[in-house]
Design a protein around this ligand. Structure first.
Ligand SMILES: Cc1ncc(C[n+]2csc(CCOP(=O)(O)OP(=O)(O)O)c2C)c(N)n1
Length: 576
């Protein structure tokens, strides 16, 4: 029954996809997109999966679409780099049933390594892109996206940003439209086998479809003109619309719901009706440059406006002609740098790597925090999977085991395996430490192939990390519990001394998985030599009072790492 619900943008996307009759959802977790697929699964969609990575997700979706099922693929912005290969050629082959790719961008990098603007992908791949500006539009636009996808035989990008994904607003929902298609894969080689002879023809067809879509964009109901005071005409989309509307309620607005292809003539007509045109947009001058390419005179805004997120205050400053609009105001709170949890198994690994004075090529996950003091023992973080390749490059030119790579279990499966195969194949000598905490902790604890459970919690075939490393050609593969500092140090030393590449799997579950605690530890003040060894762990449970280390019994989970670090044996389990 149709109803009104308070939904986050992510929940609204899932709802819209469910209503549109989606039967397949795939993706890889990544903030701010991670909640979409679990919400879709909760609605009872036929098949929803955490794929191994974003490329796998899009390829599986392409297959499901070929078999007649409407499909959705979700990822954070950098995930689209991984999925870009199939995306570009999908624009040639087209689809059978509607295929929508959700790209959740993260301006200001709340939880990302860059703030790339994925609107450029729509232009580069020539695929349509819709940009909702609240949860209602997220639900409505995704429904519209399936119609566009099927009418123009193209995958459609739905671009959202953190504020849209994670803000709640009211949504009028509807019923699910049950798809009528037979589930049967289409055999149409001229359309789906992209050998050059076919691809050239498809490219010409693609161009024709694109021109038809560009024509339709001129009158698309997804775009809206709100004609106000003609002194100022604002062109915008997504969350930027909300900020601009708040700051300049009387201005004229061209609100783009379909942000690519642009309604070129409609925008020119709008520009002719206002005295000056400003493009209010996050991330970069994508719209401003596109409008200028149409011959529209757009007011230049300060380049620094493209750094980070917009806010009503920043938009007001920009509209007032200020040169350097202030950054997003920081909340008036004490600084709280991110830290590894008390009892986090990653802490032990960085403690030993620091002791061994290793140069460490890192990766993305909770363990990236190993770069911060006092652990301060992770020296690179580029993109998922990169740490293994970087170690291989460093060690290849240095001719010895100069760098050690660390990588989380989920990241290893996502894009580390190929790097390891590359090491084995090219006779590399790197040591790779897989931080196997049994989950994708950083993005909220999602399942992955080595957890042995699917997105819905169903038991499944469990990937053996040891097995896959051996199969890659690594002879020395050791598994160690990082909670045993001595054993971990021994294994690392042996791996570094080994003639050839080695993998150390540091296996201990994330403390947030079971949330079980052991009896906390206490510092015996009389025995403590105040040497500071325990403080160098950077454990949030260990503080100091008047120079004397203390352990907070509420935070301590009883992992015992500090007791192993203490040369004076002054840290003991508390008496129960
Ligand atoms: C291409 C890409 N996809 C997704 C992400 C988001 N992301 C960053 S790290 C990570 C996985 C972290 O899990 P794991 O490697 O197991 O380390 P943990 O956080 O558990 O220590 C994810 C999903 C990303 N940064 N880049």
């Amino acid at each position: 029954m149709a109803a009104t619900e308070l939904l986050s943008g992510n929940e609204a996307i899932a709802r819209g996809a469910w209503e549109a009759g989606v039967d397949f959802g795939g993706g890889y977790p990544g903030t701010p997109s991670s909640e979409i697929l679990p919400a879709l699964a909760a609605l009872g969609v036929k098949h929803v999966e955490w794929s191994v990575n974003e490329k796998c997700a899009l390829e599986a979706a392409a297959g499901a679409s070929l078999a007649g099922a409407r499909t959705i693929v979700t990822m954070k912005h950098v995930g689209l780099n991984v999925a870009a290969d199939p995306l570009f050629t999908l624009a040639y082959t087209g689809i059978e049933a509607g295929l929508v790719v959700v790209s959740a961008d993260d301006p200001d990098m709340h939880s990302s390594q860059n703030e790339q603007d994925n609107r450029h992908y729509a232009r580069a791949a020539q695929v349509p892109m819709l940009e909702p500006s609240d949860s209602q539009e997220a639900r409505d636009f995704i429904r519209a996206a399936y119609d566009i996808s099927e009418t123009y035989d193209l995958p459609v990008l739905l671009r959202v940003t953190t504020r849209i994904c994670h803000s709640d607003s009211l949504v009028a929902t509807g019923e699910r439209v049950q798809p009528e298609r037979e589930c049967e894969p289409v055999a149409n080689p001229e359309k789906y086998v992209m050998i050059p002879a076919h691809a050239r023809k498809r490219n010409a067809l693609r161009l024709r479809r694109w021109q038809e879509l560009a024509e339709a964009a001129e009158t698309s109901e997804l775009n809206r003109i709100e004609m106000g005071d003609p002194a100022l005409g604002i062109v915008c989309s997504g969350v930027a619309y909300q900020y601009a509307r708040e700051v300049a309620p009387d201005a004229g607005f061209f609100k783009l719901g379909m942000a690519w292809p642009l309604p070129r003539q409609a925008l020119r007509d709008f520009a002719a009706r206002v005295e000056k045109v400003v493009a209010i947009e996050e991330s970069g001058p994508f719209l401003a440059e596109s409008l200028r390419a149409l011959g529209i005179d757009v007011v230049a805004l300060p380049p620094t406006l493209s750094l980070g997120e917009l806010s009503p205050g920043r938009v007001a400053a920009a509209l007032a002609g200020e040169d350097a609009p202030p950054p997003m105001p920081a909340a008036d709170l004490p600084p709280r740098p991110p830290v590894l949890c008390p009892g986090c198994p990653h802490r032990a690994v960085f403690t030993v790597l620091r002791k061994l004075k290793c140069h460490v090529t890192g990766d993305i996950g909770c363990y990236t925090l190993g770069t911060l003091p006092p652990l301060a023992s992770l020296h690179t973080c580029l993109c998922m999977g990169a740490g293994i390749g970087q170690a291989h490059g460093i060690n290849s030119v240095c001719g010895r085991k100069r760098s050690v790579a660390v990588i989380g279990d989920s990241t290893f499966i996502h894009s580390g395996i190929t790097g390891l195969v590359n090491i084995a194949y090219n006779a590399g000598n790197s040591v790779v430490v897989i931080l196997d905490n049994g989950t994708t902790a950083m993005t909220g604890g999602q399942e992955h192939p080595a957890t042995g459970r699917t997105l819905t919690g169903r038991p499944t075939r469990k990937l053996s990390l040891e097995g896959i490393c051996q199969a890659a050609g690594i002879d020395m593969v050791e598994v160690v519990d990082p909670a045993d500092l001595g054993a971990l140090e021994n294994v690392l030393r042996q791996s570094l001394a080994h003639d050839g590449p080695a993998v150390v799997i540091a296996r201990r579950p994330c403390v947030l998985l079971s949330r079980e605690r052991e009896t906390p530890f206490v510092v015996d003040a009389d025995a403590c030599a105040v040497c500071g060894a325990c403080l160098r762990l950077g454990c949030p449970a260990i503080g100091s009072q008047d120079g004397q280390p203390t352990i907070d019994p509420v935070l301590c989970v009883g992992c015992g790492l500090c007791a192993q670090m203490c040369p004076a044996d002054a840290i003991q389990r508390a008496q129960q």
